[in-house]
Design a protein around this ligand. Structure first.
Ligand code: SF4
Ligand code: SF4
Length: 111
């Protein structure tokens, strides 16, 4: 399972978007930070404080993170890869969430 060029887990079909903690947003470029939408943590966990949703843009697969460049499934790449938020680092190629995302984007599980 290859992440390079994939980007399926950077797409979504709801409005919640890619969740960043506030700590995640430090060091991100201004063009990205300006699009972040602050939200209260649904469980009110104070230690985490506010969370934010990444700016989303229309995508053939619903919506995709504004930091994603290229085409999902072939040339996708994260423009803020080195500073990507913690939630993005939790996706493990081949795990349940990964496979679900790839399937949603019409990709097979063996490519
Ligand atoms: S974790 Fe899975 S869905 Fe996300 S980029 Fe890698 S292979 Fe694609
Ligand atoms: S920040 Fe990068 S890795 Fe995370 S969802 Fe956006 S494009 Fe994908």
């Amino acid at each position: 399972m290859e992440c390079l060029g994939c980007g399926a887990c950077c797409t979504t079909q709801d409005d919640l978007g890619i969740i960043h903690t506030v700590a995640d947003t430090r060091g991100l470029p201004d063009w990205f930070r300006k699009g972040l939408v602050e939200r209260k943590h649904p469980e009110g966990i104070l230690a985490l404080g506010a969370i934010a949703s990444a700016p989303l843009v229309p995508s053939p697969h619903g919506k995709q993170c504004a930091a994603l460049a290229g085409e999902v499934g072939t040339t996708a790449m994260c423009r803020i890869y080195d500073d990507r938020p913690s939630v993005c680092r939790k996706f493990v190629p081949g795990d349940e969430g990964c496979l679900r995302a790839r399937q949603r984007c019409g990709m097979t599980d063996n490519g």
